[in-house]
Write a protein that binds this ligand. Structure first.
Ligand code: GTP
Ligand code: MG
Length: 173
């Protein structure tokens, strides 16, 4: 273990879920490494990234899991959710079907995830306002109905990405 692991007060596991192509992997690489790729490939199986965060006087190591939105590339679902304290449920504001599918992802999350998970509903690609198919209001309303937090983000322009992850991480108790 490196010195951070020895000093670290908490290890938090969080998961990213949502349809293929909504930008999960780019949100994570933006948050963990400050990187964005326009030509990123669909995720196959499961990937991880870490970021260390100081919350008050505590050091938190956030371990964030990213999986494939495409069914055929997904790993075993129960182990993906096991022990997760937080989640970002992502849709793409320019593809209405990804918003309609949020309900499907919530069913899976409630089946396999812990009931006290902190979940943020994220409408990504806010930089593509001209091709918008889901209004910000619709995102907010759905989040309210389902008892989730809500934020629109752009991994490309680095808008609200930090806020979405930090909101999730700092609300985990
Ligand atoms: P799967 O791994 O298949 O589940 O997809 P994913 O949700 O991980 O999507 P990914 O991060 O690979 O992004 C898909 C495409 O959307 C890529 O071409 C990205 O460059 C693009 N993309 C991601 N985030 C944004 C964004 O905020 N704005 C714009 N304009 N494009 C984005
Ligand atoms: Mg991906």
């Amino acid at each position: 273990a490196d010195s951070f692991d020895e000093e670290c007060d908490y290890l938090f596991k969080a998961v990213l879920i949502g349809d293929s192509g909504v930008g999960k992997s780019n949100l994570l690489s933006r948050f963990a490494k400050g990187e964005f790729r326009l030509d990123s490939k669909p995720t196959i199986g499961v990937e991880f990234a870490y970021r260390n965060i100081r919350v008050g006087d505590k050091l938190i190591k956030a371990q964030i899991w990213d999986t494939a939105g495409q069914e055929r590339f997904r790993a075993i679902t129960s182990s993906y959710y096991r022990g997760a304290l937080g989640g970002l449920l992502v849709y793409d504001i320019t593809r209405r079907a990804t918003y309609e599918n949020v309900k499907k992802w919530l069913r899976e999350l409630r089946q396999f995830g812990s009931s006290d998970m902190v979940v943020v509903l994220v409408g990504n690609k806010s930089d593509l306002g001209n091709s918008r198919e889901v209004s910000e209001e619709e995102g907010k309303t759905l989040a309210e109905v389902e008892g989730l937090c809500f934020m629109e983000t752009s991994a490309l322009q680095n808008l609200n990405v930090e806020e979405a992850f930090l909101h999730m991480i700092t609300n985990i108790h």
